[in-house]
Design a protein around this ligand. Structure first.
Ligand SMILES: [Fe+2]
Ligand SMILES: [Fe+2]
Length: 262
């Protein structure tokens, strides 16, 4: 089976990039499941119903999020309305929404998607390593294939989690940095891994933010209102080829469309 994962969709430009390229990628790669990170859907931070609907209409099966999931108060309600939208699983309980979901593919393969948040250079949360261990005890029985979106800043933490889970999950892919990494690989135990998928949105920017605003923030060292950039639309992601019998990956290939580099 094949899973297509798409990096953080940023604002309206990101939604336009999804509409422009996701259906074609689905035609080309015929994935059994499409996972899209939507944490920046709503003007760069958080989620909203129109944005989520756009992602699902374009072919997403599961939407993951990250540190910006609670940017708007409506998120709690949205997580109830959209059962296939995840928030990180390692947020302190009790917590609205869910951090993992099991989705059956058309071919009848049960795929568990887990969303985790890193702790290095991020807001405090529970241990992603131990949360994954706990979830796998249950999901190992409920699913044939398990994949993890690890929303984290530090490349070291991402690689370490992937090695911690190597052989126990089919894939670990990173999100959050908005910059794709060139390390697509299958780890020794059979876990497909990529440190970061990259970004889907305006690449004539500083990771999605209007370049002038971003520069003013750095130069002035004072808060400057956020503004999503417009130009250089591009989509970044990766395709994981997975043997559903063993639950392990055989190949990982990055995909990219439009601006933002290859
Ligand atoms: Fe992001
Ligand atoms: Fe993030």
């Amino acid at each position: 089976m094949r899973i297509l994962a798409v990096g953080d969709v940023v604002g309206r430009p990101g939604r336009r990039a999804i509409a422009r390229w996701l259906p074609g990628l689905v035609d080309e790669h015929q994935p059994d499941l499409v996972i899209v990170n939507g944490e920046n859907l709503r003007a760069g931070r958080g989620i909203d119903a129109p944005g989520l609907t756009d992602l699902f209409d374009a072919g997403a099966d599961v939407v993951t999020t990250g540190n910006h999931v609670w940017a708007h108060r409506s998120a709690e309600k949205l997580l109830e309305e959209f059962p296939r939208v995840l928030r990180p699983a390692n947020l302190p309980e009790p917590c609205p929404g869910r951090g993992a979901v099991v989705v059956p593919t058309e071919a009848g393969v049960r795929v568990a998607v887990i969303n985790l948040l890193g702790r290095v250079f991020m807001t405090p949360c529970d241990c992603p390593f131990r949360t994954a261990d706990r979830l796998l005890e249950r999901l190992g029985r409920e699913a044939d294939v398990v994949v993890v979106d690890f929303h984290a800043e530090a490349t070291s933490e991402k690689k370490a989690l992937a090695l911690h889970l190597d052989g126990r999950v089919a894939a670990v892919f990173g999100t959050h940095t908005h910059v794709p990494t060139a390390d697509a690989q299958v780890l020794p135990g059979g876990t497909g891994f990529l440190t970061d998928l990259g970004m889907t949105g305006p690449h004539d920017s500083v990771i999605g933010l209007d370049s002038e605003v971003a520069l003013r923030r750095f130069l002035a060292a004072r808060p400057v209102p956020q503004a999503v950039a417009e130009g250089g639309l591009g989509l970044h992601g990766a395709v994981f080829e997975i043997d559903e019998g063993s639950g392990r990956s055989t190949e990982v290939v990055r995909v990219a469309r439009g601006g933002g580099g290859r």
